[in-house]
Design a protein. Sequence first.
Length: 51
Amino acid sequence: MGESKRSRPGMEKSVSKISIKNQPGDFAYWQTCSYQERLDALEQIRQKYHR
């Protein structure tokens, strides 16, 4: 019971609330990320797929 949840290195949770009319697309978000952040995200998706 005393175990704490650990977040994965390099990933930070964040939440923001915006109007659906002003919601940017996924492409705009990924363009703001560095090359390494995009590769890290892709690797996490790949690992989840293979589990």
